[in-house]
Design a protein around this ligand. Sequence first.
Ligand SMILES: Cc1cc2nc3c(=O)[nH]c(=O)nc-3n(C[C@H](O)[C@H](O)[C@H](O)COP(=O)(O)O)c2cc1C
Length: 316
Amino acid sequence: METRITQLLGIRYPILQGAMAWITGWEIASAVSNAGGLGTIASATMEPDQLVDGIRRTRASTHAPFAVNIPIRLPSSEAAVEVAIAEKVPIVVLAAGDPMTYAAKLRRAGILVLQVLFSLEMADRSREAGVDAVIAMGVEAGGNLGPDELSTLVLVPQVVRRTGLPVVAAGGICDAQGFVAALALGAEGIQMGTRILATRECTVHPNYQDALIRAGDVDTTVTGRSTGLEFRVMKNGLAKKILTMEKDGRSREDIDALAIGGLRKAAVDGDVDMGSVMMGQVSGMISDVVPVAELFDKIMRDSSARLREMVKYVEP
Ligand SMILES: Cc1cc2nc3c(=O)[nH]c(=O)nc-3n(C[C@H](O)[C@H](O)[C@H](O)COP(=O)(O)O)c2cc1C
């Protein structure tokens, strides 16, 4: 399948693996790239030497393109940008911050730049910064959310119209139905995070995968609305405690003291009650752990079947 996203990134399927801090290193990134999608290393919690190692191991495990994700606002971003340039990574996905900070520098170094965004204001800023493509992420997604909580269904078509850039839809997509819906909205690719957590090659703690598989339709919630640091997470002991503190008007410092380090606790140590189990609403739709290649092949296969069925509605 060809879209502007596959052409731009040099990948077989227009499927991007969302970066997930503490979770997506070279193992899953290379598996995704080998399966025809775009694998992404999350740099957020890595020291520069760990990132260099991750990039080199990815290169040793795949000949296909891969990306490094850099959350702009984090203190680690400057060093990650330097590493990406020095290691000549083909693609950088910028997130959580102003694309103006690094986009021009990365592009001058010959690196393709994608920006994750949540609003049209960020879409305008991304276009001004000269990024090559954007990832429009709706409120269904797991992890850090935009403060205005636009849904993928509403955000994607507006970003398509506004920017004219190739758009990747993210948030709430885990299968062919979501993939076809994203294309219908004008997106030319999808990014998945939560679905990737439930793959064989994902190195997240098994307790995290089990919690995801067990989760139902209403088992996620959003914490941090009162502090301006919104995260979609599983409703567990930690989330309930944070929500109570927010209701009681507790300070950001108090809440941060409880929340910081939560993702590591869940994803690395396996504490799925008092750790932060970030996952999207689609966790309620996921009931198995599958190899990445199988997942992608099924999405592509089922998408053509779904499209053929849908054509019958409009062309009787
Ligand atoms: C556990 C977890 C950690 C995440 N960490 C990051 C990150 O470090 N950088 C980033 O840009 N996005 C991050 N995200 C967002 C994902 O890359 C992706 O855009 C999102 O999961 C897509 O929505 P979905 O969960 O509905 O598939 C994270 C998401 C999850 C679930």
